[in-house]
Design a protein around this ligand. Structure first.
Ligand code: ADP
Ligand code: MG
Ligand code: ZN
Length: 506
């Protein structure tokens, strides 16, 4: 019988920090707005001899903030190190990074998908997910340990032309954070969940835009596979520069299968650094993996160690906002939302805030407000390409419209029409309903008249329905909607229609 294999995955996440200036000089870090290549540069970030680095204080604050958000401890004493390697986009011939003493260590992040480590949070597992436990895992745990978070600097950008390359140093020296997980991840689903949650946290903290298309956030997946039931850590490969969640998932799946095949064929996996070819859908060998000692790390002689006081660390901690996990729990306990509804709303801070302001003004249930936001509202954002931050519809107006549906003053379908108007041109929901003559009618006498007329106009359909063709019921309801321009209270109409059909049963 063939042994089955399980993957072991550790993720390294690189995220630029949203500071004004670069990590070790005063040049603007906003290389995206630079008018031209090589305009945000100085002797330090182009690696000229004798230029001295100076630490960006703001970057250390943001790094500590991320560390605290990821439940790390902050090293009060931490140091910079030189990571030596030659590469055309690294003008000094080394990268200033952190090695032995990173700014943050030993954190964790709870995820919904399986991992071998138990979570302290309970009730965070959504139904239907994570049912396939990691075969050698100890149980239902959903915790990924964060080994370290350290500060380094981004590289320049190369543009490869036909037989030469151009270099732009505007990005060189931009503060970069590296978040390294322990190899706790056992499924690609968990890797995706972890990466998604880290991105959401960075966005909540305002330290990174999460804009993967611009390359400000990049993933590297370290992958090995081992027979199910084994506890060994086998040789891993590292897939570099995954620039989207899709690439992370596809590359990991491909690499897991490639390694399993190697073992099944009796071969050995070689430790190496891989690239991901998104077009061909394959990982490609870039170089045999270097070991830490190949970099000849040594303490950066041009920078003093960072020394933090307890008071400083506490002042950073006090800046932590309510994070996605806490917000999710609050939305569940205070508003009675389901886990998946709460997760959806808290996936983006702006979405969570908008929901809360609409809900605060509304008399309807959180579930109802959620379904308007998750449904019609999101559809509008997706179709129009409008960002939620650009939405001008005041939460009060949205709340008023939702309440009009709850109070049966307008039908759900007609309210969608009103919402589209509100989102496009603003206005008052009540006035729009009046102007467009969309008010819902619950008056039984009025609806009964229409139902009776439809039933007597369509004897054939009535007979067919009563002979068992139940799908016709929707057709009858459609006739009511048509005759009343969607204004009849659907519950009243349904009740009267059921009764009418019943009476005509022979
Ligand atoms: P370094 O890069 O300093 O050599 P490691 O090699 O220990 O550090 O880890 C780098 C990344 O690879 C981490 O995210 C870690 O979780 C992951 N990793 C380490 N060993 C394995 C393994 N056997 N399989 C999969 N991932 C691993
Ligand atoms: Mg690495
Ligand atoms: Zn500079």
């Amino acid at each position: 019988m063939k042994p089955t294999y399980e993957p072991v995955i550790g993720l390294e996440i690189h995220g630029e920090l949203l500071t004004n200036s670069k990590m070790f000089c005063g040049c603007s870090a906003d290389y995206g707005s630079a008018p031209e290549p090589n305009t945000n540069i100085c002797p330090t970030c182009t690696g000229l001899p004798g230029a001295m680095p100076v630490v960006n204080k703001k970057a250390t604050e943001l790094a500590a903030l991320v560390g605290l958000a990821l439940n790390c401890s902050i090293n009060k004493h931490n140091t910079f190190a030189r990571k030596n390697y030659y590469y055309p986009d690294l003008p000094k011939g080394y990268q200033i990074s952190q090695y032995e003493l990173p700014i943050c260590e030993k954190g964790w992040l709870d995820v919904d998908a399986p991992s071998p480590y138990p979570s302290t949070l309970t009730g965070t597992r959504p139904e239907g997910r994570g049912d396939s436990l990691p075969p050698s895992g100890e149980g239902l745990g959903m915790r990924v340990r964060v080994r370290r978070v350290h500060i380094e600097e981004d590289t320049a950008k190369l543009a490869h032309e036909k037989n030469y390359a151009l270099i732009d140093f505007n990005r060189a020296g931009v503060p970069l954070l590296e978040i390294v997980s322990e190899p706790d991840i056992r499924t690609v689903e968990t890797a995706l969940d972890y990466a998604t949650k880290v991105r959401a946290i960075l966005r909540y903290l305002g330290v990174n835009s999460g804009d993967m298309e611009k390359g400000v956030l990049r993933f590297e997946a370290n992958i090995s596979v081992r027979p199910v039931g084994s506890d060994e850590f086998r040789t891993r490969t590292e897939i570099k520069n995954l620039n989207s969640f899709r690439a992370l998932v596809r590359a990991s799946q491909y690499e897991i299968e490639r390694q399993i095949k190697i073992y099944e064929d009796g071969g050995m996996v070689v430790q190496e650094t891989l690239g991901w070819d998104d077009v061909r859908g394959v990982t490609t060998s870039q170089r045999s993996k270097e070991e830490a000692h190949d970099y000849r790390y040594f303490p950066e002689p041009d920078l003093p160690p960072l020394q933090f006081s307890d008071a400083w660390i506490e002042s950073i901690r006090s800046r932590l906002p309510e994070l996605p996990e806490a917000k999710t729990s609050r939305f569940i306990s205070d508003f009675g939302l389901t886990l998946s509804d709460a997760r959806f709303l808290t996936s983006e801070l702006s979405l969570a805030n908008y929901f809360e302001s609409v809900f605060a003004k509304s008399k309807s249930s959180a579930k109802t407000v959620h379904s308007w936001i998750a449904g019609e509202f999101m559809r509008y954002l997706n179709d129009s390409g409008v960002d939620i931050e650009e939405v001008t519809l005041p939460p009060e107006s949205f709340a008023k419209l939702i309440d009009m549906v709850t109070e049966k003053n307008v039908s759900g379908n007609n309210a969608k029409v009103v919402l589209a108007d509100l989102l496009k041109d603003g206005g008052d929901p009540q006035e729009i309903v009046k102007a467009k003559n969309l008010a819902q009618v619950s008056d039984e006498g009025f609806i009964q008249e229409i139902v009776t007329k439809i039933l007597s106009d369509n004897p054939k359909e009535v007979d067919e329905y009563n002979a068992g063709k139940e799908t016709l019921f929707q057709w009858f309801m459609g006739q009511v909607a048509r005759a009343t321009k969607g204004k009849a209270d659907p519950n009243v109409a349904k009740e009267l229609m059921v009764k009418g059909l019943e009476e005509r049963r022979k």
